[in-house]
Ligand binder design. Structure first.
Ligand SMILES: NC(=O)c1ccc[n+]([C@@H]2O[C@H](COP(=O)([O-])OP(=O)(O)OC[C@H]3O[C@@H](n4cnc5c(N)ncnc54)[C@H](O)[C@@H]3O)[C@@H](O)[C@H]2O)c1
Length: 357
């Protein structure tokens, strides 16, 4: 089996990716790229990675890299991904694939033309409770879907993160950053979304973010305007029938986390804090459903998403290596499908009406 050599662009979340790739079978990170040279060197040193680049073109051009992971801010994804595909590298991209639909579709077309293996990192699918829910839903645990509720509360006003996350034009906002993962999960569980009604809001239009003042050598609070959404609600109608209600809010001042509750004609499933509860007709009460060992991710990492991302990487690498027992993973098609729903949410919010997809 060939050990696939990975180059990671962006060392924020990309830093955690190094551990995900380490955990996945048959691959290892051999090169890093970041324009923040201090961060780049710190991460390279911590993980003992020799090859470092400040220019992503150079990382992509390296003959010692088979797979490029694009983990830089969203407004850089399209150019980096296109360059990696043109160089014949396999690519894993963080969402969003691109900032607009024509660019995202062109990336898929190029990837198919070049026959490279492509993935979008919707790794939440491999969280054990969500992976097992998918199996149960496919086995008709719910019967006909009636309704899904997804709620998420985040303690801090979203814009307090300060960087691109607060900027709409740079691909920031909570809808894209967090909502996208749940939209992927709903599509994966229940199929295509037919119509959307939604509202996006920016409740905290300015925030104060800590910044180091060189003159006074003190940390001061700088006022920053927020253009990205920091809350949204959406109603989905699925093509197969059934509806979903999504409600995401930030600045909750406590951290309620997220819950997905699905109600069908024969049963209900609730995922809360990584636990899966279920009740079917005939059961006395809602109970904790034991998750099969084969779906467990092992010991607890720094971030629960690190080991689920290892699954995306491992399946991608198996495909690159032409292994016989291939298992599905989210790819550019899924990235495009989620972006279409997000575009419909934006359009519905702007026009205050239902949008068909
Ligand atoms: N899948 C997940 O669960 C998950 C979690 C967190 C972030 N993300 C995604 O990862 C991506 C990065 O997010 P983040 O939180 O790490 O952001 P970040 O701002 O903390 O880090 C991005 C890094 O990219 C570097 N960078 C910017 N432009 C660059 C360029 N042209 N070339 C090389 N490096 C460049 C920055 O210097 C920075 O170090 C986003 O797309 C985000 O949506 C995904």
């Amino acid at each position: 089996m060939t050990k696939i050599r990975v180059g990671v662009i962006g060392t924020g979340w990309g830093q955690l990716q190094i551990e995900s790739f380490k955990r996945a079978k048959n691959c290892h990170v051999v090169a890093l790229c970041d324009t923040n040279l201090v961060r780049l060197q710190d991460v390279a040193k911590a993980y003992k990675i020799d090859q470092t680049f400040s220019d992503y073109h150079k990382l992509i051009a390296s003959n010692e890299i088979d797979l490029v992971s694009v983990a830089s801010p969203p407004d850089s994804h399209q150019a980096m991904t296109q360059a990696a595909i043109d160089a014949g590298k396999h690519v894993l991209v963080e969402k969003p694939l691109a900032l607009n639909m024509p660019d995202a579709i062109k990336l898929l077309e190029s990837a198919e033309q070049k026959k490279i293996v492509h993935a979008v990192n919707f790794e939440m699918r491999f969280l054990p409770a969500l992976a097992y829910s998918k199996e149960l839903i496919d086995e008709q645990y719910l019967g006909q879907l009636h309704r899904v509720d997804v709620t998420m509360g985040v303690e801090q006003p979203w814009g307090e993160r300060g960087n691109w996350l607060a900027d709409d034009v740079r691909g920031g906002g909570i809808l894209m950053e967090l909502g996208s993962h749940f939209i992927d999960t709903l599509r994966w569980w229940f199929g295509d979304v037919r119509s959307v009604l939604a509202g996006r809001r920016t409740h905290f239009s300015t925030v104060k973010i800590p910044s180091f003042d060189e003159k006074t050598r003190e940390t001061i609070l700088l006022k920053k305007s927020v253009t990205g959404d920091d809350a949204f609600w959406a109603v989905f109608q699925f093509a197969q029938g059934g509806e979903a209600l999504l409600n995401f809010v930030t600045g909750a001042r406590h951290d309620p986390g997220w819950t997905i509750s699905a109600y069908g004609s024969m049963g209900s499933l609730i995922v809360n804090s990584g636990q899966l509860l279920g009740k079917r007709d005939g059961d006395r009460e809602m109970t904790l459903l034991p998750i099969p060992k084969r779906l467990e991710l092992g010991d607890n990492p720094k971030d629960p998403l690190m080991w689920s991302m290892a699954k995306v990487a491992e399946r991608m690498v198996a495909k690159i290596n032409h292994e016989s027992d291939l298992k599905p993973f989210p790819d550019f098609r899924d990235g495009i499908a989620v972006e279409k729903i997000i575009d419909a949410i934006r359009c519905s919010s702007d026009t205050r009406g239902w949008v068909d997809i």
